[in-house]
Design a protein around this ligand. Sequence first.
Ligand SMILES: [Zn+2]
Length: 113
Amino acid sequence: MHELGLCDALLRMVKDISVKEELTQVEKITLEIGELSGVVPAYMSDCWTAVVDGTPFQNTALVIESVPGVARCLDCEEEFRIDLKSMRCPFCQSDKLMPISGQDMTLKEIEAC
Ligand SMILES: [Zn+2]
């Protein structure tokens, strides 16, 4: 389960930003998780709760927004939302797909009071 490592990295990132921006209390962070990133949002929430426990960020809420996985078919050039189960082009059934979005996990927003 690599979500724990990701949450550690995320916490470090949030710490760095809050020091740099001189934030006293971070209320909420918003994380975008791509459908193709392989990161499971529910695991991220659980791990976040675990890594922030006992830190100044233990009351910081983690909000997760899912980003759809979009790909282009290399055979027919159509763009579509990827069906994660089939991983095939819905137009020509080709499996030569090039992902366009939804591969990353990004820290979108930090809200502080
Ligand atoms: Zn196609």
